[in-house]
Structures are given as structure tokens and as C-alpha cells.
Design a protein around this ligand. Structure first.
Ligand SMILES: *Cc1c(COP(=O)(O)O)cnc(C)c1O
Length: 399
């Protein structure tokens, strides 16, 4: 029988992205089917009892067993090199499920300061209510991580490279600190995806995804996932089953098809981003480009060692402070002015007044979010058109 649900470890990444996780039904379909059903039926009362009792595998109810969702989970697990994946309704619920599964009152998280803003809100506003406290440290400073860990630390949490300044942490070194202190290390791998970075292979315990970004890649659906060892993922599965932040089969299908082109898309994103970064760095209206793929980036060597490529999110500081940055954004006609990223469509935003707008001036200064900073998430349009769109505002700044 044709069964691609357990890919040979020997498969390359693109083969896994295209083939893993699909078990053909009796209809002999070539593409992955969608099962838009809330529940499943049994041949007999005895079969129902066995399935409910966990004595026999099989589908029960789509909050926790749906074949379309399972295909996405198995495909992503294969890509990240993890034993198991649990899909969730969003990236945020993937992080919430991780916290609920692993932490109790009195436990501590040590996290990088440069996290996705809503992750910080989740930790500070909601997990704090459950008696879980979070300390923040500078992402790349390993001594700061070490110093922030206490006997109560159970989870270390980082995004690398960071948004929007492209800072990088040595994942293997961080994993070593986590191991020594018997804490789990979770890496939010949203910005690079398994096509460019596999944190589990570097020693992380868990990988977290907002599938909303590059895994879909075309801005069509919201979803998330956690990948890691079966023992930990069984706990996440329990949280999703009980608390209910499950992924819909429709969205799971979109992500499954999105993964098929992940390798190609990430290559193309990176190629566009690298050329745009070099071009921007040479532009007289640009003071600095933050991108780990540039030789000028302080952690370029580490990024080159730990990542297969450098991703497609650029921090660009332009002349003229906020006024200068806003004028460049407002002069665009092609790029989408939006906080989203991970899309074939390029997006542009002013972090200081949008994604990082809730930070105080001191917090912005500490995070390196200057008034003249623009974030460009480079899509797959023709490079010349992206350049022309940015030139309009940039050229005006130095005219
Ligand atoms: C978008 C994002 C999230 C949250 O994901 P949602 O799918 O929007 O809930 C988490 N982490 C990072 C790095 C993100 O970019």
C-alpha cells in the first residue's frame, strides 16, 4: 500500500515537504484530501468503546483527531526532524499550549527581550495571573541568559533571528545552558522555517511556529504548531484536546499545500532579500541595514554557521527619523503597508509606531527600535519593482 505517513529519515527536506504525512484513502487520490467533518462513526458499540478508551487508534472528534490536520502535523514534524507535532489554531495558541503543558504556578520563564509583541503580552499579562513569571534578557548575550536562570526556571524561550533587527543567538550554546539547569528550550522558528534552520538538531527541545507566516506563505490562513519529542508533545496534545485551540481541517490543508513549495519559496525570499539588503546598504538615504546575511552584521558568522540562509526580514534605518521613515512608507505603491510578514507579497511597516508601538521610549531604546527604522519583509515580486517602489521615497530624502 502506498503510505507516506512515515517518511524514511533518509528523505531530503523537499521530499519530506512534498510527500510526508499523506496516507491515501481508498479513493486513490493523488493530492491530499480535506476531511471537513466534526466527528467520526464506528461499526459497533464495541469499536466506539475501544476508540474512546484509547485501546485502538482512530478518529473520534475533530477537536483532537482529524486526518487532514494529522497530515500537516506529520509533514511539519518530518521537516523539523521532530518525533511529533501538534497543530493549533494560531501561533499564539501554540505558545499558550506549550506554557499550559509545561508550567505550573511558581515556575519561571527566561525569554529573549526581542520577542513577538503578543508573546510578551501573553507572558506578562496572562501567564503572570497563573503565577508564572518571565524574565527578559538580551537575545545574543549568553551570560545574561545564564545569570537570569534560577532553580524555578523551567522554560527558556527565544526567537532567532529576531524581528526586526535580525539579531541571532547560538542555539546549541543556549541548549547547553538549558540542559545544565534542567529547563526546556523552545525556539520560535517562524522567521526561518525548517527549510533554513532546524533548532531540534541544534539541541532545542521544542520548535514553535506561527503557520500563518512562511509555512502558508501566501497570507491565506491563521494557524500554529509545536514540534518536539513525543513525551512533551503528548502533554501539548492533552492541552489542545481539553482546552480546544485546534486547527481547522481547511486551514491544515492550506498549510500542507503551502509546505510543498516551502524550500523553493524560502530560497527565492532569501535571494531577493540579500540583493535588496545590499542595494539598500549602498543607498545614501539609508543609515544602516540590519540583516544577518550582510557581512556588516555583527553576528554574520554565527548566522552563516547555524542557518542555511538568512531569511527575508530587513530592518532599515533611514535618514530623517520618524518623518523620514513615514515618508518612505507613504511613497510606496506596490509594497503592502501592514504588520504581517511571511507572504509572497512584500510588506513594509514602521515598528516604532506599530508592532513595537506599545513599548515606552526607554524600552524602545533598549530594544534598538529607532524612529527612523523601517521593517521590510521581502516577498517574491521582481526585485527591480521592489527597488523602484522604495527608491521613490528614499531618493526624495536625499534630494
Ligand atoms: C505572528 C507571530 C506569532 C503569532 O502567530 P499568530 O499565528 O499570529 O498567532 C508568534 N511568533 C512570531 C515570531 C510571529 O511572527
Amino acid at each position: 500500500m502506498h503510505d507516506e505517513s512515515n517518511p524514511a529519515d533518509a528523505w531530503g527536506l523537499d521530499t519530506r515537504a512534498i510527500r510526508a504525512g499523506h496516507r491515501r484513502t481508498g479513493e486513490q487520490e493523488h493530492g491530499e484530501p480535506i476531511f471537513p467533518t466534526s466527528s467520526f462513526v464506528y461499526e459497533s458499540a464495541a469499536e466506539a468503546a475501544r476508540k474512546f478508551g484509547g485501546k485502538e487508534p482512530g478518529n473520534i472528534y475533530s477537536r483532537f483527531t482529524n486526518p487532514t490536520v494529522r497530515t500537516f502535523e506529520q509533514r511539519l514534524a518530518a521537516l523539523e526532524g521532530g518525533e511529533r507535532c501538534v497543530a493549533t489554531s494560531s501561533g499564539m495558541s501554540a505558545i499558550l499550549a506549550t506554557a499550559l503543558a509545561l508550567l505550573s504556578a511558581g515556575d519561571e520563564i527566561v525569554a529573549s527581550r526581542s520577542l513577538f509583541g503578543t508573546t510578551v503580552s501573553l507572558f506578562d499579562k496572562y501567564l503572570s495571573k497563573l503565577g508564572i513569571t518571565t524574565r527578559y534578557v538580551e537575545l545574543s548575550n549568553l551570560e545574561a541568559w545564564e545569570a537570569a536562570v534560577t532553580p524555578a526556571t523551567r522554560l527558556m524561550f527565544a526567537e532567532t533571528p529576531s524581528n526586526p533587527l535580525s539579531e541571532v543567538v547560538d542555539i546549541a550554546a543556549l541548549a547547553e545552558i538549558a540542559r545544565r539547569h534542567e529547563a526546556w528550550l523552545a525556539i520560535d522558528n517562524c522567521f526561518l522555517t525548517p527549510a533554513l534552520q532546524q533548532p531540534l538538531a541544534l539541541g532545542a527541545d521544542l520548535v514553535i511556529h506561527s503557520a500563518t507566516k512562511y509555512l502558508d506563505g501566501q497570507g491565506r490562513a491563521v494557524g500554529g504548531a509545536v514540534v518536539g519529542p513525543d513525551t512533551l508533545l503528548e502533554e501539548m496534545y492533552g492541552v489542545v484536546r481539553t482546552c480546544g485551540p485546534c486547527l481547522s481541517p481547511f486551514n491544515a490543508w492550506i498549510f500542507t499545500k503551502g509546505l510543498e513549495t516551502l524550500g523553493l519559496r524560502m530560497q527565492a525570499h532569501c535571494a531577493n532579500a540579500r540583493q535588496l539588503a545590499e542595494w539598500l546598504e549602498a543607498h545614501p538615504a539609508v543609515e544602516r541595514v540590519h540583516y544577518s546575511g550582510l557581512a556588516s552584521h555583527p553576528q554574520h558568522a554565527l548566522a552563516a554557521r547555524q542557518q542555511r540562509d538568512f531569511g527575508a526580514v530587513l530592518g532599515v534605518e533611514v535618514k530623517g527619523g520618524r518623518e523620514g521613515a513615514w515618508s518612505v512608507i507613504d511613497a510606496t505603491r506596490l509594497l503592502s503597508i501592514t504588520g504581517n510578514l511571511g507572504d509572497v507579497k512584500s510588506t513594509i511597516t514602521h515598528p516604532g509606531t506599530t508592532t513595537h508601538g506599545r513599548l515606552s521610549d526607554d524600552q524602545k531604546a533598549a530594544a534598538g527600535i529607532r524612529e527612523g527604522l523601517i521593517r521590510v519583509a521581502v516577498g517574491l515580486e521582481d526585485l527591480a519593482d521592489i527597488q523602484a517602489d522604495l527608491s521613490r521615497g528614499l531618493d526624495a530624502l536625499v534630494r
